[in-house]
Ligand binder design. Structure first.
Ligand code: FE
Length: 339
């Protein structure tokens, strides 16, 4: 998973013998992203600023653990990952430093940033249904998935996964803990099978008729839409997509984002990089890397399949607030038996 560039190797080797020169034109990026378009994203930053990027890629939890272990000697300048709950976890561990930037404040909507970290793209958690098995009018809201009509028809990934915990967190905010627990119990009672696999596995199960309805992040849907494989095309013919809760609080959205680390040796470069990610050009690359929407108004995705999903009302709950209830969501899902 990890790629160590020669420049980083040099940096690592130099740590023991001489202090790292803070003003060197370099940025150490710890990233849980690994998309093809990211190459262009980073190359363009270096071209604009002369700052080279050393990238350490890994899984979110590994990278967080690594930054913690490195402590004050950590070479990490910026950490980027997906999901508000994970970003909030890094924040709760005290790993981020607050960033004050007029540019970031002007360009990123209020509800998509905190003092310590910023969202750079969004994805929505939508309802997927089998067109032959389920009437879309009956699955217009997350709440509907817990109703008696869908008995034995619901497939969904684990209740411990951050995507579902973030959704649970939003539901706690909008409906309260008691209603969210009733919802979780109703959902579990409707399961067609025990939770297994990721969102794409649920979409395939819906298409195959193993279940009638599920929940998925939008980029998995777009990935299938963009696939050349015959099987994937067949999947897309069988399923429909609903924007949940359009008449109430809006569809739950989550984010990809990042922030500057507290012990960043290159703080100026780190802020420049975050500001760059909010530029129109970088927004297109960043969002498209995973078929997501840019956060900056006016930035375009240039992704016809993503755009074909159309417009919808999204939940405007602040990403910082969103992540506050995840521990409570986990307790509720555990009690409800959503494994
Ligand atoms: Fe994902």
């Amino acid at each position: 998973m990890q790629s160590i560039t020669p420049a980083l190797l040099l940096l690592v080797l130099s740590v023991g013998t001489a202090p790292v020169v803070a003003q060197e034109k370099v940025l150490n990026l710890y990233s849980a992203r690994h998309y093809q378009t990211d190459e262009a994203l980073y190359a363009n930053f270096t071209k604009q600023t002369g700052i080279g990027i050393n990238r350490i890629e890994g899984k979110e939890d590994e990278l967080l653990e690594r930054i913690r272990n490195e402590g004050v000697n950590s070479p990490a300048d910026v950490f980027i990952t997906v999901d508000a709950a994970r970003l909030a976890q890094a924040d709760a561990l005290g790993l981020f430093a607050p960033v004050k930037s007029r540019q970031l404040e002007d360009r990123i909507p209020d509800h998509l940033r905190t003092p310590d970290w910023f969202s750079f793209s969004t994805r929505a958690r939508v309802i997927i249904y089998n067109k032959a098995m389920v009437n879309p009018a009956e699955v217009q809201n997350y709440e509907d998935l817990a109703g008696h009509k869908l008995k034995g028809k619901v497939c969904v990934r684990s209740g411990s996964h951050p995507y579902n915990l973030s959704l649970g967190s939003a539901l706690i905010h909008h409906l309260g803990e008691q209603k969210t627990e009733e919802w979780a119990r109703g959902l579990v009672a409707n399961f067609a099978r025990a939770p297994k696999g990721g969102d794409t596995d649920q979409i395939r199960a819906v298409a195959a008729g193993e279940c009638g309805v599920s929940i998925s992040n939008t980029y998995y849907v777009v990935r299938l839409m963009r696939s050349d494989k015959v099987d994937d095309k067949k999947v897309m013919e069988k399923i429909g997509v609903v924007w949940p809760n359009q008449k109430s609080f809006g569809t739950h959205i989550n984010v990809s984002g990042g922030g500057m680390l507290k012990n960043a040796p290159h703080k100026d470069a780190a802020v420049k990089f975050l500001e760059y990610l909010a530029s129109d050009e970088a927004q297109t690359y960043f969002a498209n890397g995973n078929n997501e929407w840019p956060v900056v108004k006016g930035a375009v995705a240039k992704n016809p399949e993503l755009e074909s999903l159309g417009k919808f009302k999204s939940d405007s709950l602040n990403v910082g607030t969103l992540s506050k209830n995840t521990a409570q969501a986990q307790k509720i899902f555990d009690r409800a038996g959503w494994r």
